[in-house]
Design a protein around this ligand. Structure first.
Ligand code: NDP
Length: 294
């Protein structure tokens, strides 16, 4: 019997290994490595950890990592100038501006300044539009990672009833769009949804992207449903003890009814960086006019 627990960590490790092989093939053909530029403004500790992890994974996959760490007081103009430089730099295939930015900077206009064909985070409106209308663009990394895990477990998603809880631009909405593109019947739930437990009980696929610790209860899950838990919530413990990470789903309860479920940590989380590397590799292939096969 297949294990209920979906091991995103192992899946992501395999994906990164494959990307490493493809990156080496790309370098042999193009005479250069794929390149990812990451821009970090300010001192947010969590962002520093993410950027360090991205750098490490990029180098491990045989890609070039260009890090730009800017002081918190960086002006909007200086940041836009850097983005423009990176847009024009031939060695850079992907650009990622780590969010959140300090309050005095306007995230939307910074994202809008990134060349859509280098927007490996998939946040640019052009890429959101391409996802919605069927064009070739970039999809935000976390929902793309979720769809990879779902297809790996379920194969064809056609006709499945899917409920996505959360409607953010970076997770919920692109997730719903991806499921729709796979011919699922999609419901998007949010904070104004009436009787959320009943809505979730109809679903063959539940994706929770809310940011509320263990909000989705085990008895909301239809027997046999597949549960993807995007949430990352820190539960502080006593002094000197490390915080515990939990998802948006009560794992122990949901596992009883679900046919498959992602844990937190070790489920969706590790997929995000792997997909970022994948998107960078795709960008590099497109920029060099080379075919990319998944
Ligand atoms: P947002 O805060 O942007 O969005 C949360 C969504 O949840 C909103 O659409 C909100 O509804 C909805 N919501 C809030 N409360 C309820 C409720 N009681 N019932 C139903 N819906 C509710 O969060 P993100 O989408 O950015 O992230 C969601 C979670 O995923 C977070 O825990 C985050 O840490 C995690 N995450 C994990 C990533 C990874 O694994 N790498 C990457 C990105 C995020 P409304 O729109 O009505 O306010």
């Amino acid at each position: 019997m297949t294990e209920k627990r979906i091991d995103g960590k192992a899946f992501a490790a395999r994906l990164r290994e494959r990307i490493g092989e493809r990156a080496a093939e790309f370098a042999a053909k193009a005479g250069r490595k794929p390149g990812l530029a990451v821009v970090l403004v300010g001192e947010d500790p969590a962002s520093h950890v993410y950027v360090r992890n991205k750098h490490k994974a990029t180098v491990e996959a045989g890609m070039e990592s260009f890090e730009h760490r800017l002081p918190a007081e960086t002006s909007q103009d200086a940041l836009l100038d850097l983005v423009e430089q990176l847009n024009l730099d031939d060695k850079v295939d992907g650009i990622l501006v780590q969010l959140p930015l300090p309050d005095h900077l306007d995230e939307q206009s910074v994202i809008a300044a990134i060349a859509p064909d280098k927007d490996v985070d998939g946040f640019h409106v052009v890429n959101a539009g391409r996802l919605a209308t069927g064009g070739e663009g970039f999809v935000p990394c976390t929902p793309y990672g979720c769809i990879m895990l779902l297809k790996d477990r379920l194969g064809d998603l056609s006709g499945k009833d899917a409920v996505v809880i959360g409607r953010s631009n970076i997770v919920g909405k692109p997730m719903a769009q991806l499921l729709l593109n796979e011919n699922a019947t999609v419901t998007i739930a949010h904070s104004r949804t009436k009787d959320l437990p009943e809505v979730v009980r109809r679903a063959d696929i539940v994706v929770a992207a809310v940011g509320r610790a263990e909000m989705v209860k085990g008895d909301w899950i239809k027997p046999g449903a597949v549960v993807i838990d995007v949430g990352i919530n820190r539960i502080e413990r006593g002094e000197g003890e490390k915080a515990r990470l939990v998802g948006d789903v009560d794992y122990a309860g949901a596992e009883e009814n679900a046919s498959a479920i992602t844990p937190v940590p070790g489920g969706v989380g590790p997929m995000t960086i792997a997909v970022l590397l994948r998107n960078t590799l795709v960008a590099a292939h497109r920029r060099e006019g080379l075919a990319f096969e998944e």
